[in-house]
Design a protein around this ligand. Structure first.
Ligand code: BZD
Length: 833
C-alpha cells in the first residue's frame, strides 16, 4: 500500500519507502488480532483508546521475549546488579518510546495509516505516567532507559502511586489541583506479580530479651502488617538490547492488619482499617523542595524500601542460600536522594533480626552496598524526621539508628577529633533540640561507600559546603556524576526531523553514542545545512503553535523567537525574574510601539506545590500579565506570553524541540544540575542562563559565545548574600523600579489592586532571598544580545547547530557508565537470545 505523506506534526516524517511492506502487513494483522481478541472490539467500532490498547498489546508481544532473555542471562552470569531505589519515576508515555527503542515506529505508523489512523493521534490516548515531581523523578526514568540500553543488570524500585503528580488546571489565571488518575482504565504496560507479594510490619513496640547466653537482644512486636503488591513495568533498551524491570509497590491491607478490628468491631471498622493500609500508596507528595515531615510520607518511604529489600534478599538467597558473605559483591543499592534512606536500618534489621547475623557482619555488608546521590543544597529540602514519629512507626529502626550513631561518634569521630563534643553534635545523626530529629542525609553519608552530586559545581558544593566535616573524615567518599538525559526520548522520538538530519551526517548509531553528533559541527557554516536545521526548528514551532492555540487559545507566530522556561515553579528558579523582564519589554513597547524588535513569544510551563503560596502567586502573575499583553493591540503582536497548563513529560516532548531560547536562570549555587537545560541544547536551543549547575558544563562544550550567560557567579552570590540590600538595586534602576511598582497597581488585574503585590513584597520586604534584583540588569543585557543575534539568521543557525552537536556527554548513557565504573563496579552483559 502506498504511504501518503503525513501532516506537519513534529513526529511525522516524509513518506518512507524504506519501511518493509511485509513487516507492515504483519504488524497490521497483529494489531487487528489484538483489537478483536484482547480488547474485544473490531476496526469498525473501535475507539481511539481501544486502538491504542491493541497497539500496546502488539508491542508487548515483542517485549516479553526479550525480558525473559535478559533475566536468564543475568541469573546465569550472576554478576553484580544495581538496585535503584527512588520514591519517584517520572516515566511519561511509553508507547512511542518503546516502538522507537524496538525500531518499530515506522512500521507501526504505516500499519496504523492503513487503518486510516495517525499514530501520533492514537498515542495521545496514553496518559502520562507522572509518578514524580520533576527533575529527580525524570532522571530516574532516563537512567532506567540507559541501564537497559547499556545492558547492566539492574532493577528500579519505587512506589505504585494510585495518583501521580496532580493535574494542573488554570482557572481565572490561578492554579487549581486535580487528581491524576493515570490508571483509571488500566495501564496495559504493567504486570502484577502476586507471586512476589511482601508483608511489611509497622508500629508496635520493642521488647528487650535476654538470650540463653546472657546477651541482650531486641524483639520487635509490630502492631500491623501491610501487604506490598509488585507491579512490573518493562523498560525496553534501544535496539534489542536488554529489557529492564521497574518494580513499583502497591500497598494493600492484610488479614493480619484487620485481625484485631474484626474481632473487636466487625465488618465496617475493618473496612476503615483497610482503606488506611491502602492510603500508603494512594498519592505522590507534590512537594519538590520543602520537606513535609508527614507521617504518611515516612510510611511510604519505609513501605517501598522494606518491600524492595525483601525482594532483593529473596533473589539473593535463591542463588546463595543463607551465605551472606557475597552479598555486597553482588548487590549495589543506589539511594536517589534521602527519600529511601530508611532502607539502611531496614537492611541492618533484616540481617540481624531475621537472618541472625551479628551487628558487625550486618554493618560490613550494609556499608559496602549503599551509595547516595544528593540532589539539593536547599536546607529546607534536607529530610529530618522527628524522633517521636520513629518511635511510633519504626521503633526497632530507631534503636538501630542510635546504635549506628553511637558507634560512629565514638569510633571515627572520636579518633579524628578526640573529646570534641561540638564536632560530635554537628556530625550526629540525631539533631538535639525541643523536638529531636533524625537527619537522614547524615545517615546516608555515614553508611554509603560513595556520595555523589549531580554536576561538577554541585558536587564541589556538596563536599565543601554541605558536608565539609564528613569530607575531612572521608575525602574519597565524595564524587561527581554529572546528570544526563536519554537521547532516545529527547531527540530520536520527540524530534524526528532532527533525528533524520543526524542519521544523514553522523550515521545511524548516534542514539547509542551521542558523541557522534559532533559530526554536525563541520556543517555549521554551510548554508544548506543551516537552512535544513532551521526548517526542522520551524516545523516544530508550527506544531507547537497549534498546540498553544488548542491549550491556551492564543495565536502565536512561528516566525517569532520562542523563549521557553518550563520547570517546577520555585523562587530559586526565578520565573519572576523572567516576568519582570517581560514587563520591562512591554513597557518599552508601549513607550515606542514602532521600535524594531524581534517578535517574541514567552512560553511558560510550571506546577507549584499546592501549599507554596508565592509560587502560586507567580503563576497568577504570569497569566495576568500574559492576558493583558496578548490582547493589547498597540504592540502589534510583537510580544506574546503564554502559560501552558499542566506541564508534564508529554508536553515537554512537544515544547523542547520548538524552543529557540532555553531559560536556565536560577540563582547561581541553587540548581543542583538541571536536566531540561541539556534537552533544550540537544534540540538546538541557545541557553540564556546563569553559571549554575550543568549550565557550566553545557557552555564548556558548546562555547560561551554560542549562549547567553549572565548574572552573579556562585562565588559572587556567596560574597554578596550577607550584605545584600535589594532596595539599592531598586532605587538605582529606573526601569526596574517602574516594573516592580507596576506589580502594586491594578494595571494587570483590573479591579484587584494589590493582587500581584506579594511578589514585590518578597523582593523588597522579604529581602529578595534569590537575588532577583541583583541579576536584573545583567539578565536584560543578555536578552538584548540574544535579540541581536536572532536577527542574524546564519549566526543563530550556526550557534544552534553547535549547541546540538556538542551535547554528547549529556547522554544518560555516559552518566550510567560513570556510575557503573566509579560507583557500582558493574559489568555490561551480552544478552543471550
Ligand atoms: O533533581 C532536582 C534538582 O533540583 C535539579 O537541579 C536536578 O537536575 C534534578 C536531577 O538531579 N531535584 C528534584 O527534582 N527534586 C525533587 O523533585 C524532590 C522531590 C521530592 C522531595 C524533594 C525533592
Amino acid at each position: 500500500a502506498a504511504a501518503k505523506t503525513t501532516t506537519s506534526a513534529p513526529k511525522a516524517v516524509k513518506a518512507t519507502s524504506t519501511v518493509d511492506k511485509a513487516q507492515v502487513k504483519a504488524f497490521k494483522e497483529q494489531v487487528e488480532k489484538h483489537l478483536r481478541t484482547t480488547i474485544g472490539t473490531s476496526p469498525e467500532k473501535a475507539s481511539k483508546l481501544a486502538w491504542w490498547q491493541a497497539l500496546v498489546a502488539t508491542v508487548n508481544e515483542d517485549i516479553f521475549g526479550r525480558l525473559t532473555d535478559t533475566q536468564q542471562t543475568h541469573a546465569k552470569n550472576d554478576t553484580r546488579a544495581v538496585h535503584y531505589l527512588s520514591a519517584e519515576f517520572l516515566m511519561g508515555r511509553l508507547t512511542i518510546n518503546n516502538l522507537t527503542n524496538l525500531e518499530k515506529f515506522d512500521v507501526a505508523r504505516e500499519a496504523l495509516k492503513e487503518f486510516g489512523l495517525d499514530i501520533n493521534d492514537i498515542c495521545e490516548e496514553e496518559p502520562d505516567m507522572a509518578l514524580g515531581n520533576g527533575g529527580l523523578g525524570r532522571l530516574a526514568a532516563c537512567f532506567m532507559d540507559s541501564l537497559a540500553t547499556c545492558n547492566y543488570p539492574c532493577v528500579g524500585y519505587g512506589i505504585h502511586y494510585e495518583n501521580g503528580l496532580f493535574r494542573q488546571e488554570i482557572r481565572a489565571g490561578k492554579q487549581v489541583e486535580r487528581p491524576d488518575s493515570w490508571r483509571e482504565y488500566g495501564c496495559p504496560w504493567e504486570v502484577c506479580r502476586p507471586e512476589s507479594v511482601q508483608n511489611i510490619p509497622l508500629g508496635g513496640y520493642v521488647e528487650k530479651q535476654t538470650a540463653p547466653d546472657g546477651s541482650q537482644c531486641s524483639v520487635w512486636h509490630p502492631s500491623s502488617m501491610i501487604k506490598g503488591v509488585p507491579w512490573d513495568i518493562p523498560v525496553v533498551g534501544y535496539r534489542g538490547s536488554s529489557v529492564a524491570i521497574l518494580r513499583l509497590w502497591e500497598s494493600r491491607s492484610t488479614e493480619q492488619f484487620n485481625w484485631d478490628v474484626f474481632n473487636a468491631g466487625g465488618y465496617v471498622d475493618a473496612q476503615t482499617e483497610k482503606s488506611l493500609a491502602e492510603t500508603i500508596s494512594k498519592v505522590l507528595y507534590p512537594n519538590d523542595s520543602t520537606e513535609a515531615g508527614k507521617e504518611l510520607r515516612l510510611t511510604q518511604q519505609y513501605f517501598f524500601c522494606a518491600c524492595s529489600l525483601r525482594d532483593i534478599l529473596r533473589r539473593y538467597k535463591r542463588s546463595h542460600h543463607n551465605d551472606f558473605s557475597e552479598f555486597a559483591s553482588k548487590i549495589a543499592i543506589q539511594l536517589n536522594d534521602t527519600h529511601p534512606t530508611i532502607a539502611i536500618p531496614e537492611l541492618m534489621r533484616l540481617l540481624i533480626d531475621e537472618e541472625g547475623l551479628s551487628y558487625e557482619q550486618a554493618w560490613d555488608i550494609t556499608s559496602k552496598s549503599f551509595n547516595y546521590t544528593n540532589h539539593t543544597l536547599l536546607p529546607e529540602a534536607l529530610e529530618k524526621w522527628p524522633v517521636y514519629i520513629f518511635e511510633k512507626l519504626l521503633p526497632r529502626h530507631l534503636e538501630l539508628i542510635y546504635e549506628i550513631n553511637f558507634r560512629f561518634l565514638n569510633g571515627p569521630v572520636e579518633a579524628k577529633w578526640p573529646g570534641n563534643n561540638e564536632m560530635k553534635s554537628k556530625l550526629s545523626i540525631i539533631e538535639e533540640g525541643e523536638v529531636r530529629k533524625v537527619r537522614m542525609a547524615n545517615l546516608c553519608v555515614i553508611t554509603s561507600e560513595h556520595v555523589n552530586g549531580v554536576a561538577k559545581i554541585h558536587s564541589k558544593l556538596v563536599k565543601e559546603d554541605l558536608f565539609p566535616d564528613y569530607a575531612q573524615l572521608w575525602p574519597n567518599k565524595f564524587c561527581n556524576v554529572t546528570n544526563g538525559v536519554t537521547p532516545r526520548r529527547w531527540i530520536l522520538s520527540c524530534n524526528r526531523g532532527l533525528a533524520e538530519l543526524y542519521n544523514d551526517v553522523a550515521g545511524k548509531d548516534w542514539p547509542l553514542d551521542l558523541d557522534k553528533c559532533e559530526a554536525l559541527k563541520k556543517y555549521a557554516d554551510k548554508k544548506e545545512y543551516q537552512d535544513r536545521f532551521m526548517k526542522i526548528k520551524h516545523d516544530n514551532k508550527v506544531a507547537l503553535a497549534k498546540t498553544i492555540k488548542e491549550l491556551c487559545g492564543v495565536e502565536v507566530d512561528p516566525n517569532a523567537l520562542f523563549d521557553v522556561q518550563v520547570k517546577r515553579l520555585h523562587e530559586y528558579k526565578r520565573q519572576h525574574l523572567n516576568l519582570l523582564y517581560i514587563m520591562s519589554l512591554y513597557k518599552s513597547l508601549l513607550e515606542d510601539p514602532d521600535q524594531d524588535i524581534v517578535p517574541q513569544v514567552f512560553i511558560f510551563g510550571a506546577k507549584a506545590a499546592p501549599a507554596y503560596t508565592l509560587a502560586k502567586d507567580i503563576i497568577f502573575a504570569i497569566n495576568a500579565v500574559g492576558e493583558k499583553i496578548n490582547n493589547d493591540l498597540r504592540i502589534k503582536g510583537k510580544l506574546k506570553v503564554v502559560f501552558i497548563p499542566n506541564y508534564r513529560v508529554s508536553l515537554a516532548e512537544k515544547i523542547i524541540p520548538a524552543a529557540d531560547i532555553s531559560e536556565q536562570i536560577s540563582t547561581a549555587g541553587y540548581e543542583a544540575s538541571g536536566t531540561s537545560n541539556m534537552k533544550f541544547s540537544m534540540n538546538g536551543a541557545l541557553t540564556l542562563g546563569t553559571m549554575d549547575g550543568a549550565n557550566i558544563e553545557i557552555v564548556e562544550q558548546a562555547g560561551i559565545e554560542n549562549n547567553f550567560i549572565f548574572g552573579l557567579s556562585v562565588e559572587e552570590v556567596q560574597k554578596l548574600k550577607p550584605r545584600y540590600n535589594p532596595w539599592d538595586y531598586y532605587n538605582a534602576d529606573h526601569d526596574l523600579k517602574a516594573v516592580v511598582d507596576w506589580l502594586d497597581s491594578d494595571f494587570f488585574t483590573p479591579g484587584q489592586p494589590g493582587a500581584l503585590s506579594s511578589i514585590k513584597s518578597s523582593l523588597l520586604n522579604n529581602g529578595d532571598p534569590f537575588l532577583v534584583l541583583a541579576d536584573f540588569a545583567s539578565y536584560k543585557a543578555a536578552h538584548q544580545r540574544a535579540q541581536k543575534m536572532f536577527k542574524d539568521k546564519a549566526k543563530w543557525a550556526k550557534a544552534a547547530m553547535i549547541n546540538s552537536a556538542t551535547m554528547g556527554i549529556f547522554s544518560s548513557d555516559r552518566s550510567i557508565k560513570d556510575y557503573a565504573t566509579n560507583i557500582w563496579t558493574l559489568k555490561s552483559q551480552l544478552i543471550k537470545k
